[in-house]
Write a protein that binds this ligand. Sequence first.
Ligand code: 0RA
Length: 647
Amino acid sequence: MPQVENYNDESITVLEGLEHVRKRPGMYIGSTDERGLHHLVWEIVDNSIDEALAGYGKEITVIINEDNSITVEDNGRGVPSGMHKTGKNTMEIIYTKLNAGGKFNSSAYKTSGGLHGVGASVVNALSTYMVVTSYRDGKIRQIRFKNGGKEVSEVEDIGETKKTGTTVTFKPDPTIFTTTVYNYETIKTRIRESAFLIKNLKMTLKDRRNNKSESFVYENGISEYVAFLTTGKNAIHNVAYFEGNYAATVDENGKTSNSDIEVEVALQFVDSYTETIISFVNNVKTPDGGTHETGFRTSLTKAFNDYAHKNRLIKDSVFLEGTDLRAGLTAVVSVRIGEKLLEFEGQTKGKLGTPQAKFAVDSVLTEKLGYFLMENKDLAERLVKKALKEAEARKKAREAREQARMDKKDKGERNISDKLAPTSEKNKEINELYLVEGDSAGGSAKKGRDRRFQAILPLRGKVLNTEKATAESALNNEEISTMIYTIGADYGVNFDLKKCNYKKIIIMTDADDDGAHIQVLLLTFFFRYMRPLVEDGRIYLALPPLFKITKRGKKEEILYAWTNEEKDKILAEAKCETILQRYKGLGEMNAEQLWDTTMNPETRTLVKVSIDDLSEAEAQIETLMGADSARRRDWIDNHVSFTLEEE
Ligand code: 0RA
């Protein structure tokens, strides 16, 4: 954004800035859907967090008001309300000038990273109103904005106070956002994450729409985060915590200086086969990892191999592989880096690029984890043995699959599974794989499909719970191995999205509790073994209709309804005799009906699955598997966001 430096033009520049935000909101907050709507909250909360990080204020409260406006309160120093050198009040500047916020605050590590930290003025620009109240120097002062910051009130003195802090209320503009309804769970997950990352910061969420309220404060920070993530699993040991500083060198136009990188790692091994690593930079999640995660992996492998060699647990010529060592590991890696060293990569800026961060984590952890292993010899030995066993299991499973493939080849079979109906054409860009509940629906789907680009894999009975099963037994499960084989992109660390044979993988189940369970089991599998498929938005749920309405007019006509409202409308508008059939399952539809309603790209409704919070999902999958169907439904509703596919 070019900023005109001419003092007289100041007001025009500000307005143009905010206008531009309204014209191109995506450039500032990513999108104008539910995600963008919540981004506004993160922006405002981040300012309060920065204030807490600077050492002022320990409590932040987020309130979802009845009208879906948001209030964020902190007990920091309060926004200054004096005159700024531009002749305007500082309160006005902070909330109307793009990027003004950061300049005032001098905390060493800003929460800003990637898209964050675009500033409170962006939130103002996208709100129908915003009210900022500052408690400072014994006074309560308030400024009000309307209409995306176009109308600004004078700063008013509205009372006296003994406390300090800042309260901001804003209401997102419904003409900008596709939805203006806030999701309690989304905000809760995010503020709890902040509480985990910043020890002793008390974060509270209140929902005035239903008077729900929860608070989060963690004295032991990310150690408690790891414990939270492994809740309900069989832990092999207590959470281990490591921290340290690393003096990184900054090179700025040939001038070098030092800047400390702070490293914190908490980890725990559980009796399972999956790996969960969540990383943060300056308290903001880096979903795509980066140099700090690389440093973590490298040092873990190094520390374990060193230990195993020194203690003669393995021969010098043998090396434990990272993947085998990390089976069952849950870790949170948090680094804090000064602004000069911050580098993000990737389209969504979710990946840390700073090379020094790799060395920082590597050097801190290799040393400290080395000591930890020496001090916990029994555990160290157990973990080394676990890794050796894992390597063995992986080798066996691979051999078994190779063998199975060879056997089929010998018999001249075209497919690994006789259940899979493959596509007749090979086009990765358009092909679809339908995973269908039950053999009878599978049969209809095979008959009804467009065989050129739609493959069908019927799933018999319950899908294997990959959260509970060992990798070996999962890979020997026929449905699972068929899915891996037909998708063709391997699994786990070897998964390669580029090799994926399908553009869409569509889960088609009955609209009942069993169907919901199968959905969760399949999502668990994709999540555990092929996570990039979920992240790339290739997993879909098919939405079969709930009702069939036959109109018996002069010519018989068949209509379908997906909701009660639709059904009632069709019945009310029908001017002839009607027959209403409620579909209990996919099996009640014949091939033609299934094609018309659920498989024909022209008429079907698909929902794209995206999991907003992987760590949350991870933590809950296990509990969910044992949960009743109502809780599972609830979880799907709250944690999986469904986007109607526009084709
Ligand atoms: C500028 C200067 C100072 C504090 C803040 C801004 C500030 C902004 C926000 C936004 C939300 N909560 C906030 N709390 C503080 C401090 C100047 C000083 O006292 O030295």
